[in-house]
Design a binder for this molecule. Structure first.
Ligand SMILES: C[S@@+](CC[C@H](N)C(=O)[O-])C[C@H]1O[C@@H](n2cnc3c(N)ncnc32)[C@H](O)[C@@H]1O
Length: 289
């Protein structure tokens, strides 16, 4: 999955994400308004967008947050049309004395993970996918993956064919993101599922030209899998987050007084504060957990 998305011939080296898939279904302008309101509420001095794509959010924030530094983190090159004052790099810029709002919009669902499946004998096995989409099962997962599954996606007694997606790489990615904030907020917006409501057959899917297709790892297709966002939240707490809100997108936008068409409950926001209090507007959001 890593090579198919980010390798030298990978999907994201050659495509703009918005052209193929839009996970969170919020119109760009409304989302930018919501992010700008959070930035103002915490007195942010910079907004860092991780997995910034082609810079759509930062471009929409630029006229809204004139005195706030804006920075995109991307594995793909800086878009030519990006306003000059927006910074762009592959790694997070060092944090100064300010207050950082870090946004990860539809980033975690693209962080590669492993898929496992219960075989006919009841043994859990890794699933391998060839570039043409053909699947085969292999060895049982390693101890680290088994520990993650036992805690976050238990499969005891599950029927043959039941699948799980091992979220530990997303937990690690999110923990590193939270650690990159010394004072401020980290916000992940993504397609998510929670303990007790994991999808029995997984969620891995491909997108090409806006249409869901077989998840072929040949670089032609965006590959996404929903995020075990409660596991990421726990990883964020271990990484230093002092306050957490995990809410549906509708509840988050309502609290921020941003009107947008309602979306299904799987669209969720994880907000974690480090070194600052949660502002009242976020503290009053109805929490999922
Ligand atoms: C689904 S796209 C979302 C883009 C954008 N946030 C949007 O909403 O349009 C995920 C983006 O994350 C980027 N990405 C994935 N892993 C990354 C990493 N480790 N560092 C920086 N960017 C990364 C990909 O290149 C891709 O552009």
């Amino acid at each position: 999955m890593d090579r198919a998305l980010y390798g030298s011939n990978g999907f994201y080296r050659r495509n703009a994400p918005g052209a193929h898939f839009r996970a969170c279904a919020q119109p760009a302008e409304e989302f930018a308004t919501a992010v700008a309101r959070i930035a103002v509420a915490i007195g942010a001095t910079e907004v860092v967008d991780i997995g910034a794509g082609r810079g759509a959010l930062l471009t929409a924030l630029e006229p809204r947050l004139r005195t706030v530094a804006l920075h995109g983190i991307e594995v793909v090159a800086r878009p030519a049309a990006l306003p000059a004052r927006i910074g762009w790099s592959e790694l997070a810029p060092p944090e100064g004395d300010g207050v950082r709002l870090l946004v990860a919009n539809e980033w975690l669902n693209n962080v590669p993970l492993d898929v496992v499946e219960v075989d006919l004998g009841g043994t859990l096995r890794q699933v391998f996918v060839a570039p043409d989409g053909n699947e085969a099962t292999g060895d049982p997962p390693g101890a680290t993956d088994l520990a993650w599954l036992a805690r976050w996606w238990p499969l005891d007694g599950a029927a043959p064919g039941t699948r799980a997606e091992v979220g530990s790489p997303r937990d690690q990615a999110w923990a590193a993101t939270v650690r990159s904030v010394q004072r401020g907020l980290a916000l992940a917006v993504d397609l998510a599922h929670l303990t007790g409501r994991r999808p029995p057959h997984g969620t891995l899917v491909g997108y090409r030209d806006g249409v869901a297709v077989m998840p072929t790892p040949d670089g032609s297709t965006d590959l996404i899998a929903h995020v075990a966002l409660d596991a990421c939240a726990a990883a964020g707490v271990r990484a230093g987050a002092a306050a957490t809100v995990l809410a549906t997108q509708d509840d988050a936008l309502r609290a921020l007084e941003v009107s947008a068409p309602p979306v299904p409950d799987e669209y969720r926001w994880l907000i974690q504060a480090v070194g600052i209090e949660l502002p009242t507007v976020l503290d009053q959001i109805h929490r999922s957990i």
